[in-house]
Design a protein around this ligand. Structure first.
Ligand SMILES: Cc1cc2nc3c(=O)[nH]c(=O)nc-3n(C[C@H](O)[C@H](O)[C@H](O)COP(=O)(O)O)c2cc1C
Length: 346
């Protein structure tokens, strides 16, 4: 089957989907209006809430946008989750809350795909491996391009065979969850080698993600063969993003990041804090059970402005993130990328 084409993105800048608060209708609209591709994040929301957000976005902007959906993953070990619950219970108690119920869930996957096949956004991207074949078929039948996230050349070959129209190539530098097929042993390839290795196995358009923090980074991935650059962390401090204030402030600090399962049970890159330091060695591979287990604890920490118990997702270039309006950021990234391309000509 011929791949469905990319939507027009004059600036080549995609604002990554960021579930759990940061992605908002206002952010997607501002990015789209500036000539980028905005994304809504369907993760952790109901199918009805996703439909409502799509409606609000369409009422605000006529620009194309994408929606990102999680792929269901297998359940983890119940006994490992119980042991982890014992370890984190005192931390919840210290914040005056009880731990949540560590349930397994498919995040309403099929219902969201059905809703999106009806609403037909410009793109539906998936994180956490290959979605069920019916999901891809349903979206294709509605004419909706499907982007699959990959973190290794093996992922890329599998995603191409599964009918992807483009690949979101996520390097090890990236903030947030590892989006590919491999967890609990995530592939650790940096973005530049990953782009080159993925290109050996497929001709599909590549959307490069991970550690891109400025226009030079955008230029670098375009020169490395990507069609588009997808940035997440760079947008976290824009006023349109729904980032927790304590998280937005911490991004500006010179501090390291680490890849940890401590907060959700799935590997994700976050700013180092007390929780990552004390819990990363013990956290089981059990997503989303650990997400639901620690959710009340993290919500309490967020409300209290406590950055030590909160998951503060961040890519390696997080100090480059600026508190500027998202539209201005998109325009500046594109202008700086053009300048960097011209300067690099030889
Ligand atoms: C706060 C945050 C939330 C994220 N949530 C999602 C998500 O819901 N779905 C997804 O596919 N990727 C998600 N990601 C990963 C991004 O799609 C992207 O791979 C990453 O942001 C790129 O690296 P960068 O943050 O260094 O730009 C998230 C990233 C961050 C920082």
């Amino acid at each position: 089957m011929t791949a469905l084409p990319l939507p027009p993105v004059p600036t080549r800048v995609v604002a990554a989907p960021m579930a759990g608060g940061p992605s908002t209708v206002a952010l997607a609209a501002a990015v789209g209006e500036a000539g980028g591709l905005g994304f809504l994040a369907a993760g952790y929301r109901t199918a009805d809430a996703v439909a409502e957000e799509v409606g609000r976005l369409r009422a605000t902007s006529t620009a194309p946008f994408g929606v990102n959906v999680f792929t269901p993953v297998p359940a983890g070990s119940a006994s490992e989750v119980r042991a982890y619950a014992e370890l984190v219970a005192p931390r919840a108690a210290a914040l005056g809350v009880e731990l949540g119920k560590p349930v397994h869930s498919d995040d309403d996957h099929a219902a969201k795909v059905a809703v999106l096949a009806g609403l037909r956004p410009a793109v539906v991207s998936f994180a956490f491996g290959l979605p069920p074949a019916e999901s891809v078929e349903r979206l294709h039948a509605a004419g909706v391009p499907v982007w699959l996230t990959v973190t290794s050349p093996e992922d890329a070959a599998a995603a191409a065979a599964a009918g992807a129209d483009a690949l979101v190539v996520q390097g090890w530098e990236a903030g947030g969850h590892r989006g590919g097929l491999s967890d609990p042993e995530p592939a650790q390839l940096g973005l530049l080698p990953l782009l080159a290795l993925v290109r050996r196995v497929t001709d599909l358009p590549l959307v490069a993600a991970g550690g891109i923090g400025d226009g030079r980074g955008v230029a670098a991935v375009l020169a490395a063969g990507a069609a588009l650059a997808q940035l997440g962390t760079a947008f976290l401090r824009t006023p349109e993003a729904g980032t927790a204030p304590v998280h937005a402030a911490a991004l500006a600090e010179e501090r390291p990041t680490t890849v940890t399962r401590a907060f959700t049970g799935r590997s994700a890159r976050a700013l180092v804090n007390r929780a990552t330091t004390e819990l990363s060695g013990a956290a089981p591979a059990a997503y989303p059970e650990v997400h639901f287990l620690t959710q009340p604890l993290r919500a309490a920490a967020r409300a209290a402005g406590d950055g030590e118990e909160l998951h503060m997702w961040a890519g390696q270039a997080h100090v480059l993130a600026e508190a500027v309006p998202a539209g201005e950021l998109v325009r500046r990234l594109a202008a700086d990328a053009r300048e960097a391309m011209a300067a690099a000509r030889f």
